[in-house]
Design a protein around this ligand. Structure first.
Ligand SMILES: C[S@@+](CC[C@H](N)C(=O)[O-])C[C@H]1O[C@@H](n2cnc3c(N)ncnc32)[C@H](O)[C@@H]1O
Length: 240
C-alpha cells in the first residue's frame, strides 16, 4: 500500500551519506522516520549509539540500541529535551499532504541538535510515478492524488500521494526552517536532500538583506518623487 521498503533491498546514495556522516560523530543518535521494514534502521544501528525507528507499520526485529515506535508520524510529539544528531526520512514524505509535511518539518526542528542533519527524500513528479498522475494539474499546496492505475500496481502504492518537483521540495524545506546543503535527483527521478536547521545568523542576514532591499526601493522611489516635483516646479516657473 505504501510502496516497497527499498532500503531492505539496497541502500542508495542518501542512505550511504547518512551512514558515513553518523560514523564520524561521537555519541550519535538518529531517528529514522517512516522506517518501513528497517533496512536503513539496522545499518544505522551499526554506526550509532541510539536509533529510534518510527513507522505506522513497525518492523519486528530487535536490536539492543534500536527502539521502534509504532505511530502515525502525524501524531508524533517528543519532549523538548530529546535531540537527535540526525533525522532520516527516506521515501515517505509524499504520503502526507503538503500541510501535514509542513507541520512535521517544523516540529522536527525541535528534534534535532543545532549541528544536526536531516536526510530526506520525496517521490519526484518527473519520475515515472508522475505518468498520468492527475495531481500534476494541482498547485503543490493542494496536490494529493492517486497514481495512475499502472503505477499503483507497479509500485504497490494504493494511497493518495503528493509528488514534488525539486524547486517545490526545496521551498517546502526552506519555508519550514531548514537550509538545504546538498540535493540531487536519483536515477529514478526521486528528490534527495540533506538539510540543516536554519541558523539564526542566516535568518538575520535574510531579514537584514530584505530590509536593505526594501529601504533601497523606498529610497529610489523617494528620489523619483522628489525629481518629479522638481521638474513640475521648473515647468511651472517657465509657464508662469
Ligand atoms: C516506501 S516505504 C519506505 C520505508 C523506508 N524508509 C525505506 O526507505 O526503506 C514508506 C513507509 O512509510 C510509512 N508511512 C507512510 N505514512 C506514514 C505515516 N503517516 N506515519 C508513519 N509511517 C508512515 C509506511 O508504513 C512505509 O513503511
Amino acid at each position: 500500500m505504501f510502496g516497497h521498503s527499498i532500503s531492505i533491498e539496497r541502500l542508495d546514495r542518501l542512505d550511504q551519506m547518512a551512514l558515513h556522516w553518523l560514523k564520524g560523530q561521537k555519541d550519535s543518535s538518529v531517528m529514522d522516520l517512516c522506517c518501513g521494514e528497517g533496512g536503513l534502521t539496522k545499518n544505522l544501528a551499526e554506526v550509532c549509539d541510539l536509533v529510534v525507528g518510527v513507522d505506522i507499520n513497525p518492523p519486528d526485529f530487535v536490536l539492543p540500541n534500536v527502539h521502534i515506535v509504532a505511530i502515525d508520524i502525524r501524531d508524533l510529539n517528543l519532549p523538548k529535551e530529546i535531540k537527535f544528531s540526525a533525522i532520516t526520512w527516506q521515501r515517505a514524505i509524499h504520503y502526507l499532504s503538503y500541510k501535514e509535511a509542513e507541520n512535521i518539518l517544523k516540529k522536527a526542528l525541535d528534534w534535532i541538535c543545532p549541528n544536526g542533519k536531516l536526510l530526506i527524500s520525496a517521490s519526484g513528479i518527473n519520475s515515472e510515478l508522475g505518468n498520468d498522475y492527475p495531481g500534476k494539474e494541482q498547485p503543490v499546496q493542494n496536490r494529493m492524488d492517486f497514481l495512475s492505475e499502472d503505477m499503483q500496481n507497479k509500485h504497490d502504492i494504493q494511497v493518495k500521494v503528493c509528488l514534488y518537483t525539486m524547486p517545490e521540495f526545496l521551498t517546502l524545506l526552506i519555508n519550514t526552517g531548514w537550509e538545504p546543503t546538498e540535493y540531487f535527483v536519483s536515477e529514478f527521478g526521486n528528490l534527495k536532500c540533506v538539510a540543516t536547521p536554519k541558523k539564526l545568523s542566516t535568518f538575520m542576514t535574510t531579514i537584514t538583506n530584505s530590509a536593505q532591499t526594501k529601504s533601497c526601493h523606498c529610497e529610489s522611489r523617494y528620489n523619483l518623487i522628489t525629481f518629479k516635483i522638481e521638474i513640475s516646479l521648473i515647468v511651472a516657473w517657465f509657464w508662469r
